[in-house]
Design a protein around this ligand. Structure first.
Ligand code: MLC
Ligand code: AMP
Length: 469
């Protein structure tokens, strides 16, 4: 089945099939403007899109997909270090959504204009299902972000499995305000709506007031969004008329689940996934929604738990092991990084998630933590400690730095940097330094200046000790 079938076929002529940051767009407008983009990008190695939450971003993404050109979303607040890495590593020759030619020229690529008023019937054949749809950049424990290559087949398989699990149809209005450069906001939050044929309301930012006003039947949010919603009772109560509230990208605290259920009358769906695997496990619209649990594998997905000794771990609901997954939604590999690729795959072809989980006798999965302290989830964003440490070390007044994720009631975890200073510097200056070079959400929310970092005999920083204070 074509990746964008619903987009081309069954859509009505509603003038606001898509509403993004207050701007309405019909499907005919979206397809016409995207067709014009497609006609310009044909044959390019990759199309980078500065992924602001705008209609132009959606048009550029759909244009790339119509042309069969891999789309590389760039965080709109990415500083030069992160942006240049993504553009260089992906081989993108074109950048859509920038502030024009100057922006693109400074990044060494050509600016691709996006005009919402243009109409062009691209008339292009459906690209092969094996072709990459996206290269999505995701942080690892060390080094700069890696580009995960996701095929059109993987995206289509995941969206169809989610539509089945959540009874997601063209009758729905999907509402969310998540960023358009990750799986959650872009793959599920935009392509999911286009593939199922549902309307889409993107709220610009995921604030409780904006969610209350959006009039959705289906809502997506990261746990930070849901915890802010339940703190705003009128906003939460306004969601009572929805059909389904869905949480993902990080663990939903049980008290937030319970509060959401009490205020809205809806027990939220929780689903689990990763950039590299797309969404693989979820509770179902027609099944039990259990607090603290992400439910059952989606159709076509197999999961297993493996112990540190490499032996299988029993599905008894108590024994923990590394969660491994296989199925049609898995990525094709990290761009230009065969060694990193080999690390995450087992000899028999399963993907090692790095998440620690239990599986109950009833098949329900519980994510209990991550194997590495160097991967931080803050507000649903994955942040590699090594990338932030490297950015801090680039500051002339930093002799050494160690970054950890401390528990945080709002963000799940917050980035805390322990820094050995080599000169006069304040925590705010270091935080701003990281925000300028990388993405703003990667900045340390707290900087602790220390005389030295605790290390073991091998010279490795004892991060658990830092976290214990
Ligand atoms: C702050 N700001 C700065 C700054 N400090 N700007 C420049 N320099 C500095 N030093 C600005 C920001 O740009 C922003 O501006 C504003 O301050 C607030 O930014 P913030 O503090 O980062 O926002 P925060 O409140 O922390 O955001 C919470 C949040 C966000 C929930 C809205 O974390 C979020 O959108 N999370 C979603 C993450 C997500 O989608 N993950 C999915 C990954 S996919 P302005 O102008 O913007 O207000 C995945 C797979 C799966 O995980 O399973 O789904
Ligand atoms: P990312 O690489 O940004 O796609 O983040 C993927 C990671 O987010 C996973 O490996 C998990 O650690 C985490 N994650 C996603 N969904 C959930 C969830 N529902 N519960 C707990 N952790 C989650």
């Amino acid at each position: 089945m074509d990746l964008l079938t619903a987009l081309q076929g069954s859509y009505g002529d509603a003038p606001d099939a898509l509403r993004i940051d207050g701007r309405p767009l019909s499907r005919e407008q979206l397809l016409g403007a995207a067709g014009a983009v497609a006609a310009r990008v044909g044959g390019a190695q990759a199309l980078a899109v500065l992924a602001r939450p705008t209609a132009e971003t959606v048009v550029a993404v759909v244009g790339g997909l119509l042309a069969g050109v891999p789309v590389v979303p760039v965080p709109p607040d990415a500083g030069p270090v992160e942006r240049d890495h993504i553009l260089r590593d992906s081989g993108a020759q074109l950048l859509a959504g920038g502030d024009g030619v100057a922006d693109a020229a400074s990044a060494g690529v050509e600016a691709l204009p996006v005009d919402l008023a243009e109409r062009h019937d691209a008339g292009l054949p459906e690209p092969a299902a094996e072709r990459p749809a996206f290269v999505l950049y995701t942080s690892g424990t060390t080094g700069p972000p890696k580009g995960a290559v996701l095929s059109r087949r993987a995206v289509a398989a995941d969206l169809d499995a989610l539509a089945a699990a959540w009874d997601w149809t063209a009758e729905d209005t999907l509402a969310h305000g998540l960023p358009l450069f990750h799986v959650h906001g872009l793959v599920l939050g935009v392509l999911g709506a286009l593939r199922t044929g549902s309307r889409l309301v993107h709220t610009g930012r995921p604030t409780p007031e904006a969610y209350a006003k959006a009039g959705g039947s289906l809502y997506f949010g990261v746990p930070t969004v849901w915890s802010r919603v339940v703190a705003d009772e009128p906003a939460a109560q306004a969601l009572a008329g929805a059909r389904l509230l869905v949480s993902g990208s990080a663990p939903l605290p049980v008290p937030v689940f319970e509060r959401l259920a009490a205020l809205t009358g809806h027990r939220p769906i929780e689903r689990y996934g990763m950039t590299e695997t797309l969404i693989t496990v979820s509770t179902r619209a027609d099944g039990e929604r259990r607090p603290g649990s992400v439910g059952l594998p989606l159709a076509g997905i197999a999961t297993r738990l493996v112990g540190e000794d490499g032996e299988p771990v029993p599905s008894d609901g108590e024994s923990v092991g590394e969660l491994q997954v296989s199925g049609p939604t898995l990525f094709d590999g990290y761009l230009n990084r065969p060694a990193a690729d080999a690390e995450v795959r087992t000899a028999d072809g399963w993907f090692r998630t790095g998440d620690v989980a239990t599986i109950g006798p009833d098949g329900f999965h519980r994510i209990v933590g991550r194997a590495s302290v160097d991967l931080i989830k803050s507000g649903g964003f994955k942040i590699g400690a090594g990338e932030v440490e490297a950015a801090l070390r680039d500051h002339p007044a930093v002799a050494d730095a160690a970054v950890v994720g401390a528990p945080d009631a709002d963000l799940g975890q917050r980035v805390v940097a322990f820094v050995v200073a080599a000169g006069e510097v304040t925590g705010d200056q270091l935080s701003a330094f990281v925000a300028e070079r990388l993405s703003v959400h990667k900045r340390p929310r707290e900087v602790v200046l220390v005389g030295e970092l605790p290390r073991n005999a091998m010279g490795k920083v004892l991060k658990k000790r830092l976290l214990e204070g």
